[in-house]
Design a protein around this ligand. Structure first.
Ligand code: GLU
Ligand code: ZN
Length: 315
């Protein structure tokens, strides 16, 4: 491949969890992910992260909303629950390489031990990090008697990792011995996302900036798995007027809510466009066309404070 080819540029993606209907903030993130991919010559894939907290019917409604606002994607949608063999394979590899260890702690154990002075707030206290084989055998048996199985945690290769974010620049954050497989056997979000990004050849991760703090850990894990670390673009979230994350209870914030007020899909897109400083955009294409890469890079990092409408659009 010659330099600058589409393959070499890698793939962009949007990876929602089907936990409910999208609000306009989620749709804005999707449009930005699509615009970043499109305007940097990348293909764009979609992945449904359905291994946790799924609400029935919501994946279909999310997909319908993305189509309605004019987004498209390459190939078929990757459904994360179909990937469990690959997740297990990655977990096995990490165990074999000594990059993962079993953790027998309950939530209470961690809370109690984590208040020790040498443990950074919120971090794993290291209880099961360096147990002998005999100790592990004993703990495993104790847990089995309680009907529980151990979690798997990453043996963090470094306490910190640095990633590159198009908006936040070089970003360094803690890695921690984070959970790779939960005690109920389900792969953790961080493991599944990294493995599946690798599988989908994702080179550009655009998502809400609530996940910026996870990027160093994910990049560290990708490196251990031999997966190329993507470039990140953590875009500002939509917040309500009280400054909390936008939610359905805040008012008319989903397409379905807006339709009930008499809005069209195009009106909703125009509203999202206006939040990005663009007037009169009626489809996602209009927004992407108005935001070449330099403009995408220059978008402000402030959250979008959303005032839900109570009637027809004012613009
Ligand atoms: N599925 C995650 C969410 O909806 C996003 C994961 C990601 O973009 O890495 O919050
Ligand atoms: Zn433990």
């Amino acid at each position: 491949m010659t330099s600058g080819s589409l393959i070499q540029q890698g793939v962009g993606r949007f990876a929602p969890s089907p936990t409910g209907d999208f609000h306009v903030g989620n749709l804005r993130t999707a449009i930005l992910a699509w615009a970043w991919a499109r305007n940097s010559g990348r293909s764009f894939v979609l992945r449904m992260e359905d291994i946790d907290r799924v609400r029935s019917g919501s994946a279909d409604r999310q997909i319908a909303d993305l189509k309605a606002i004019g987004l498209n994607w390459d190939g078929t949608i990757l459904v994360q629950t179909t990937r469990s063999a690959a997740h297990t394979q990655a977990l096995d590899y990490l165990v074999e390489q000594g990059y993962a260890f079993e953790c027998y702690c309950s939530r209470k154990d961690i809370k109690e031990a984590a208040s020790a002075p040498h443990v950074p707030p919120g971090h794993y206290p290291g209880t099961c990090l360096n147990l002998t084989d005999t100790e592990r055998e004993v703990r495993r048996r104790q847990l089995a008697e309680l009907g529980r199985t151990p979690a798997l945690r990453l043996r963090a290769p470094a306490s910190e990792w640095t990633v590159f974010d198009e908006l936040h620049g070089s970003f360094t954050g803690p890695v921690d011995h984070f959970v790779l497989r939960r005690a109920d056997g389900v792969p953790a979000y961080n493991l599944a996302a990294v493995v599946d990004d690798g599988f989908q050849h994702v080179a550009q991760v655009v998502r809400g900036d609530d996940l910026l703090s996870q990027a160093p850990a994910q990049a560290a894990l990708a490196t251990l798995l031999g997966i190329a670390v993507p470039t990140y673009v953590h875009v500002p979230l939509a917040l309500n007027e009280a400054g909390s994350r936008l939610a359905k209870r805040d008012g008319a914030v989903t397409l379905a809510d807006l339709y009930e007020l008499g809005w069209t899909t195009e009106d909703a897109v125009e509203w999202i466009g206006r939040s990005l400083g663009i007037d009169g955009a009626r489809t996602a294409i209009d927004i992407a066309d108005a935001l070449p890469i330099d403009s995408l890079r220059a978008l402000p990092l402030d959250p979008w404070i959303v005032t839900p409408p109570t009637g027809l659009p004012a613009f």
